[in-house]
Design a binder for this molecule. Structure first.
Ligand SMILES: Nc1nc2c(c(=O)[nH]1)N[C@H]1C(S)=C(S)[C@@H](COP(=O)(O)O)O[C@H]1N2
Ligand SMILES: [Mo]
Length: 407
């Protein structure tokens, strides 16, 4: 059940979140109660699917939106209507009949498939994968005194869905990958504006990753999401889904795959999704593109009942082979003392875990969370600012509504 139907918990969350955002100078019309998210004067929202319009708009043009935090963890599998939307250009409406996927470059047999051809030629498969934006939690950089440019995500640019499609590895084998190949490029059908001539969003992943065939590690060419065709906002009619990698490597409206000995020259590989600490061109040129998502955890809800607080959230292990969340801890004194939270879903490969904790409410003003993964990663207490605002994964702290500030 969605928390939309619990007005009291929603109000409590919104109250906290508004306070936090006001303190950060980020309070604006986009952060009001849900009912006020839909602004009649918002032309960019005209074409957004009805189910998605209810998300909290973080940027109207291009369209970027996330669910309210409590809704995020109301169930382990994210309903399509609750998955964030991250787009760098206008959301294209693709005609399925004229749609073609081409595979070219360093292959023995370049091919072009219609969607039915792709579906008939390869066995259909499903993968559970967490989609997370490298910019998730970006708004918290502002708490450290410096606001990062870009979509001001709270904790909701993440979700875990069941994706349907075919194995990229099998499609590549069908085409015959040449010995010199090292990278697989993906290109969408959208047009990104504001950086010279409009161009499509693109990504690439190392060949080794693209050839993975184990469940939970396998990259899909996906046409389905939670059993339905993709919504336009999530890439209809086709996208790739790379388990364990940041969302930016899972290209929506996917029409072109190119096999190469180089990483993709696309702007979003070479210039954008990198952690850099200054704006010198050589710093960006020398930084590696982000691939695996980072270990992270966040609190999505603090609900008071009787004399207790019930706290919920998600945790995600660093996206590497076979990794999973090992433990989650919470603190009510900003990290001096910690106690274990209960992991309420079995940690899966490259998918998030949900956790909860119930503690006495008495005297608690803030709650902090941190997680550990089996690969030995832990979250830092604080984190150095990076100018594009990526990979924020320091301990997450929320004030308890009605407990006053301080602590
Ligand atoms: N063609 C295209 N693919 C794209 C993007 C885009 O703007 N255009 N955004 C990327 C980013 S940054 C993320 S985080 C994910 C988000 O996927 P979602 O909107 O389905 O949640 O899509 C990725 N794929
Ligand atoms: Mo992203």
């Amino acid at each position: 059940m969605l928390h939309m139907s619990h007005p009291s918990s929603r109000r409590q969350f919104m109250g906290q979140s508004a306070g936090l955002l006001a303190a950060m100078g980020l309070l604006n019309a986009n952060f009001g109660p849900l009912e006020r998210q839909l602004r009649a004067d918002e032309p960019a929202l005209d074409l957004i699917s009805a189910d998605i319009k209810r998300l909290i708009t973080r940027q109207a043009t291009p369209y970027n939106a996330e669910p309210p935090a409590p809704e995020l963890t109301s169930q382990w599998l994210t309903p399509t209507r609750s998955l964030y939307v991250r787009s760098h250009g206008k959301i294209p409406r693709i005609d399925e009949k004229s749609f073609r996927l081409s595979i070219s470059g360093l292959v023995e047999r370049p091919v072009t498939f219609t969607l039915p051809e792709l579906q008939e030629r390869f066995p259909a498969t499903s993968t559970l994968a967490t989609m997370v934006c490298a910019g998730n939690r970006r708004n918290e950089f502002a708490l450290g005194g410096r606001k990062a440019p870009g979509v001001p995500w709270d904790v909701g640019a993440i979700g875990t869905c069941d994706w349907q499609g075919v194995s990229l590895a099998q499609v590549l084998k069908h085409c015959g990958v040449k010995a010199e190949a090292k990278h697989i490029w993906f290109e969408g059908l959208d047009a990104v504006e504001g950086h010279g001539d409009p161009f499509p969003f693109g990504a690439s992943i190392p060949l080794e990753k693209a050839m993975q065939e184990q469940p939970g590690e396998e990259t899909l060419l996906a046409w389905g999401m939670n059993g339905d065709p993709l919504l336009p906002e999530h890439g209809f009619p086709l996208r790739n889904v790379v388990p364990g990698y940041i969302g930016a490597r899972s290209v929506k409206w996917l029409a072109k795959i190119i096999v190469s000995d180089q990483p993709s020259p696309n702007f979003f590989v070479q210039d954008v999704y990198k952690v850099v600490y200054d704006d010198k061109p050589e710093s960006t040129a020398n930084a590696a593109p982000i691939m695996e998502f980072i270990l992270n955890s966040a609190i999505t809800e603090i609900r008071r009942f009787d004399n207790n607080l019930r706290i919920r959230g998600f945790a995600l292990a660093q996206g590497s082979l076979g990794n999973a969340i090992e433990r989650v801890e919470i603190s009510t004194d900003r990290g001096k003392n910690w106690q274990p939270a209960r992991i309420i879903t079995a940690p899966g490969k490259n998918t998030w875990s949900l956790w909860s904790a119930t503690i006495p409410a008495e005297g608690v003003k803030t709650v902090t969370v941190r997680a550990f993964d089996r690969a030995g990663n832990s979250q830092p207490e604080s984190q150095k600012f990076n100018i594009k605002g990526y990979q924020l994964n320091s301990w997450h702290t929320l004030p308890v509504a009605g407990a006053g500030q301080g602590a």
